[in-house]
Design a protein around this ligand. Structure first.
Ligand SMILES: [Zn+2]
Length: 333
């Protein structure tokens, strides 16, 4: 009698997880079409964590997750991870969350800050990746990653929210000689490059180089997600470029090197006076993507032929001048 109470028959269904997980993608993309692709996501905050998880869910085979921070309570309202992960490294959290959605993926968490000293290690990850997603929140790391990607001729997508996430921008680098790099963008549009979301005290500290105090003013996750979603869409197109898919038509749409998104007509910005969205289909309005053409700067010290350009313009350049033109930060020793 005792045994009968202890042991009970329950129905068990064995599901072939690999086929079943991606069954809803059939017709759009082949279920394992991205399984041979490798991505690197650098910076796993509110944007990067979402991008990493989405790429995992899409079926990307190998995902390198790089971040040096641990998840804090204050991050939870804007991160894909919840309170149960507080105190853990974001890189390790993302490995668990991705594998929970796609157990076939291989995730490589790297607890590491991107700075001048560990460039060789970061370069190794960039070399392996098909596309690099740059989601760090400081200019030093962006400049280092930009240079490494240009040197390795590696496509990258760089996403950033504007202050208080009233909007955001995305840079797409498709390869040397084709698209402008981040350094080109900085030389053309320094104001846009400076309009960044301040989401942490460390970041505020870094930006407050004058006496003026910089307030921490993070945006809402709701305002950051449209930017992250677009990044995944553009990244997916680059990853699928040599594959047969019905998503091919997007190749003609997503050609811009620079995209802008506006969440609202923020006071004190150039977008304050835009016509309200209402029913308009023409003109510039909020809550729509705008692709903007930006040519590569031939004289860019990172992606251009700086030396040739300078010689053609009869400007002799010394090594010192070359160095001063390069915005790459030097080692902090
Ligand atoms: Zn450039």
């Amino acid at each position: 009698m005792r045994n009968r109470k202890k042991w009970r028959k329950i129905p068990v269904q064995i599901t072939p997880i690999k086929d079943e997980i991606f069954s809803r993608y059939k017709g759009l993309i082949e279920t394992d079409i991205l399984s041979d692709k490798i991505v690197a996501i650098i910076g796993l905050g509110s944007g990067g964590s979402y991008i990493a998880l989405e790429l995992g869910i899409c079926g990307v085979g190998k995902i390198i997750c790089i971040d040096h921070d641990r998840l804090e309570v204050g991050n939870v309202s804007r991160h894909v991870a919840g309170l149960s992960h507080v105190g853990r490294y974001k890189a390790h959290i993302m490995a668990d969350l991705i594998l929970d959605r796609n157990p076939n993926a291989k995730v490589y968490p790297l607890v590491m800050e991107v700075n001048f000293d560990n460039k060789p290690t970061v370069r190794k990850s960039i070399k392996k990746a098909d596309v690099v997603f740059i989601c760090t929140d400081n200019r030093e790391s962006r400049l280092i990653l930009n240079r490494l990607c240009v040197e390795e001729n590696k496509p990258f997508i760089m996403a950033a929210a504007f202050s208080r996430a009233y909007g955001g921008q995305i840079h797409v680098f498709n390869g040397t000689g084709i698209s402008p790099c981040y350094q080109c963008f900085l030389s053309y549009l320094p104001e846009e490059a400076n309009d960044v979301e301040i989401s942490s005290p460390e970041q505020a500290q870094e930006i407050a180089y004058s006496d003026r105090e910089v307030p921490v003013e993070p945006g809402l996750l709701n305002d950051i997600k449209p930017i992250s979603q677009m990044v995944v869409k553009i990244g997916g197109q680059i990853l699928l470029k040599d594959k047969e898919t019905t998503l091919r038509s997007l190749d003609k749409d997503l050609i811009a090197p620079w995209y802008i998104w506006l969440n609202r007509r923020e006071k004190g910005t150039p977008y304050e006076k835009l016509e309200p969205l209402k029913y308009y289909v023409d003109g510039m309005h909020i809550l729509r993507w705008y692709g903007i053409d930006l040519k590569r700067n031939e004289a860019c010290p990172v992606c251009g032929d700086f030396e040739k350009y300078a010689l053609n313009n009869h400007e002799p350049i010394s090594d010192n001048k070359k160095d001063s033109q390069s915005n790459e930060p030097t080692s902090r020793k």
